[in-house]
Ligand binder design. Structure first.
Ligand SMILES: NC(=O)C1=CN([C@@H]2O[C@H](COP(=O)(O)OP(=O)(O)OC[C@H]3O[C@@H](n4cnc5c(N)ncnc54)[C@H](OP(=O)(O)O)[C@@H]3O)[C@@H](O)[C@H]2O)C=CC1
Ligand SMILES: C[C@H]1O[C@H](OP(=O)(O)OP(=O)(O)OC[C@H]2O[C@@H](n3cnc4c(=O)[nH]c(N)nc43)[C@H](O)[C@@H]2O)[C@@H](O)[C@@H](O)C1=O
Length: 323
């Protein structure tokens, strides 16, 4: 893609969208179009159509979404399915209607069946029952993949999808209940250390396994897939199965994550597991062979990424985004 291409990054103030803008800028892509949620509500079809007609971007990265951890997904299922479906439908259709040939859609590893064979390959999609705590969000993300595939099949568009594993890093949402496990734990451990508490609560049994990817790696992978030439991309994907897993291929238990977090934050008290809280899916490890064949691998391991995130947290603790 030409360095002067106009690229619309939806969700540029979010954790991933902000990292994607940094990555594009670092590669010399400076013609980036952005709108805040307040300036452009992507659930509003007329507003989205007007924006695309005015701006006519050459490419779109759809990193805007209704996002949250296990509790938020389980508590606000209507918001998760409705808003995500609306944003995807509006953006994909408006991109097509305005002759935008390139689009990158961000899904999630929760699209795969709860008990999918591990590590999960892209072919596991739609082969079994989803995890109930995030089924509505997962259904919306599956619809996003199928939207892209359908516009590719019918209109010859080049709309690609990446399925990230659990992400973390600077600009994350540190809300005590609605966030994902890493920001929630980091904040709770930090506050416990500052107060001198003797113990800290971890949700669930500690036995579920998760794979974590640092946000700068996610941004690098996303831009890599967006910029791949058509031949390389098409020889490594199939027209009816266009999504690509993004992860490390390495996972750990939630207990192991909590122990690593203790070291990084410097909290010396005890861990207490609250088994009244849901565990969610027992394991969701990505098979990342397809992405490796396409020329990309992660570089930031969990402990390094947690240290970077904690350093960022300490510098930004006063103005944390919490939604
Ligand atoms: N975080 C994770 O662990 C994972 C994330 N993903 C996916 O990656 C993508 C980015 O997630 P992440 O950066 O973590 O999420 P964030 O919550 O950090 O960012 C989401 C962004 O979307 C914007 N947004 C939400 N609703 C609207 C709307 N109606 N109109 C316009 N903008 C809107 C938000 O703006 P505002 O803040 O102003 O509301 C925010 O900038 C999403 O597609 C998510 O599903 C996938 C797997 C794991
Ligand atoms: C990215 C992914 O995120 C969500 O799925 P999830 O992987 O289950 O996400 P989570 O990060 O919230 O939890 C991971 C594990 O960690 C445990 N856990 C311990 N202590 C805390 C804690 O304090 N907070 C949270 N949130 N979880 C905790 C928690 O009980 C669970 O076993 C999806 O809904 C969906 O949005 C999606 O795609």
């Amino acid at each position: 893609m030409n360095k002067s291409a106009k690229i619309y990054v939806a969700g540029h103030r979010g954790m991933v969208g902000s990292a994607i803008v940094r990555r594009l800028n670092a590669l010399g892509y400076l013609n980036i179009v952005v709108r805040t949620h307040a300036e452009l509500d992507l659930c509003n079809q007329a507003a989205v159509n007007g924006f695309f007609a005015d701006e006519k971007p050459d490419a779109v990265v759809l990193a805007a979404a209704k996002v949250g951890g296990i509790h938020a997904n389980n508590t606000y299922p209507a918001e998760f399915i409705f808003q995500n479906l609306m944003m995807e439908c509006n953006v994909v259709q408006a991109a097509h209607a305005n002759n935008c040939q390139h689009l990158l859609f961000l899904g999630s590893s929760c699209i795969y069946p709860k008990l999918a064979e591990q590590p999960m390959t892209e072919t596991a999609l739609l082969t079994g029952t989803l995890e109930c705590t995030n089924e509505p969000y997962a259904v919306a993300k599956i619809a996003g993949i199928k939207l892209c595939e359908s516009y590719n099949r019918q209109y010859g568009r080049n709309y690609r999808s990446v399925m990230p594993t659990n992400l973390y890093g600077e600009n994350d949402n540190f809300h005590p209940e609605n966030s994902h496990v890493i920001p929630a734990m980091m904040r709770r451990f930090h506050e416990a250390k500052v107060r001198g508490d003797s113990e800290v609560v971890v949700w669930g049994t500690g036995t579920p396994m998760r794979e974590f990817l640092y946000v700068d790696d996610m941004a690098a992978a996303s831009v890599h897939v967006l910029l791949l030439d058509d031949d390389t991309y098409q020889t490594n994907t199939q027209p009816m199965l266009s999504h690509i897993n993004v992860g490390t291929g390495v996972d750990c238990t939630i207990r192991e994550l909590a122990e690593t977090m203790q070291r990084v934050v410097g909290f010396e008290g005890k861990l207490v597991f609250d088994t009244t809280k849901p565990d969610g899916t027992p394991r969701k490890l990505m098979n990342v062979d397809r992405l490796k064949k396409l020329g990309w691998e992660y570089s930031i391991d969990l402990e390094t990424g947690l240290k970077k995130t904690y350093a960022w947290f300490l510098n930004n603790v006063e103005g944390l985004r919490q939604v």
